[in-house]
Design a protein around this ligand. Structure first.
Ligand SMILES: Cc1cc2nc3c(=O)[nH]c(=O)nc-3n(C[C@H](O)[C@H](O)[C@H](O)COP(=O)(O)OP(=O)(O)OC[C@H]3O[C@@H](n4cnc5c(N)ncnc54)[C@H](O)[C@@H]3O)c2cc1C
Length: 371
């Protein structure tokens, strides 16, 4: 059957992190596409640093960059995530609306904001070392739960998910996903492949993007259900940031570090201590009230509350997120196949997820319409 006789176009999404799952779901819900996901790692797998999505904070802080495209991606995604975090939303169990207090150690050229309830914190209420501070409403995400929410929404609408390590994009372009789970080529030809491989884009054959590198971030999860507001301090250099982000399940995510090209795959104890120290200075309320009633808290008071300490490799890319499409010659056919790239989100995979997926759909529609 030729592709012109088929009702739906066949699209394969490579990657099951927040980027791949959001993209797969958005394409599926657009209609007119039969969508499959192929990935080496899936949401309920044990955590691995190179599968970044489960490690994220994850929240939307103020957008302080100067790149107009990135601002749009964050602002457009915010409206969708804000609705998903609302009461009565089918995703309310994995997101949470909260107040965030965000501090900056230096002055910055800060022009745009779209956060609800945005206000400047008076200078006599700033934490020590802060030059400026703002409070606003935002959302936080419980990443493992949210990834499973995306996956189950995709599956419930008839999506297919296959586990497999792709060595070269040509494997999917020529044989589809059946190559990975049935040992034969798919009978339906693939019309488009969407590459959402995160850090994997560095080594995936046919992509091998040398601009992609890991930016290691270490985090701690702490059981502290009494923390109901997020706080964060950073500066305009883009270096380490200190944050305390409460999730809807009573756990707070505490971080972090930014360590480019650092491949060490487990938590370093001295870094864990440093994060505890920084977070305690920013948010002394982390220490249980009964201890604080008697004396000042120390990081030793926090240790028994630690649920997990670990790290993820943010999939950073020189030049920023790659959102691009191209036609690639495929073996076994005279046709060229459409490949769309959506990777390199560094520390912004959640906060740009829905807008990046929309950009992929635009490229898909524009290219396949002309085809
Ligand atoms: C400490 C920390 C805090 C963070 N905080 C935030 C935050 O507050 N807000 C925010 O927006 N972001 C945050 N991030 C960043 C965010 O986690 C990433 O941007 C996001 O997870 C990237 O998602 P992804 O889907 O592109 O990649 P990944 O989650 O890494 O997924 C990649 C997928 O591709 C698959 N894959 C790769 N190569 C192949 C191959 N050859 N064959 C088959 N499958 C392959 C993998 O198996 C996986 O399924 C944070 C990250 C860290 C580490």
């Amino acid at each position: 059957m030729s592709k012109y006789q088929r009702e739906e176009r066949s699209v394969v999404v490579l990657g099951a992190g927040v980027t791949g799952l959001t993209t797969a779901l958005a394409i599926q819900e657009k209609g007119g596409y039969e969508v499959s996901v192929i990935a080496e790692t899936l949401p309920s797998d044990p955590k691995r640093p190179e599968y970044t999505s489960p490690w994220a904070g994850a929240h939307q802080a103020l957008h302080t960059g100067q790149d107009e495209r990135d601002r749009r991606l964050e602002q457009d995604t915010f409206s969708i995530m804000w609705e998903l975090a609302g009461q009565g939303s089918p995703a309310e169990h994995c997101l949470r609306r909260i107040t965030e207090r965000e501090y900056f150690r230096d002055e910055l050229d800060f022009q745009t904001h779209w956060m609800p309830d945005f206000r400047q914190i008076p200078s006599d209420s700033l934490v020590s070392n802060a030059q400026r501070g703002y409070a606003y409403s935002t959302y936080t995400v419980d990443p493992p739960l949210y990834l499973n929410y995306l996956l189950s929404r995709f599956l419930a609408r008839g999506g297919t998910v296959v586990r497999g390590k792709v060595q070269h994009v040509s494997q999917v372009l020529e044989g589809g996903i059946d190559v990975f789970n049935r040992g034969r080529a798919s009978t339906t030809p693939v019309d488009a492949l969407i590459v959402c491989a995160g850090l994997g884009a560095r080594t995936l054959g046919g992509v091998e993007d040398e601009a992609v590198y890991p930016n290691r971030g270490q985090v701690i999860l702490l059981k502290a259900p009494w923390i109901t507001e997020a706080c964060r301090i950073s500066d305009s250099t883009g270096g380490d940031q200190t944050y305390v982000i409460p999730r809807q399940n009573g756990v707070v995510s505490m971080g972090s570090t930014k360590s480019p090209n650092d491949w060490f795959p487990i938590a370093r104890p001295e870094t864990t201590d440093d994060i505890l120290q920084r977070c305690l200075a920013l948010c002394p309320e982390l220490v249980p009230l009964q201890i604080r009633a008697e004396r000042s808290g120390t990081i030793e008071d926090l240790r028994p509350l630690i649920v997990e300490a670990g790290c993820g490799f943010r999939p950073a890319r020189q030049g920023g997120i790659r959102l691009k499409s191209e036609w690639v010659q495929s073996r076994g056919t005279d046709d060229k196949k459409l490949v769309v790239y959506n990777y390199g989100h560094a520390g912004k995979g959640y906060v740009t997820s829905w807008a990046c997926a929309a950009a992929v759909i635009d490229m898909l529609e524009a290219a396949l319409m002309k085809d």
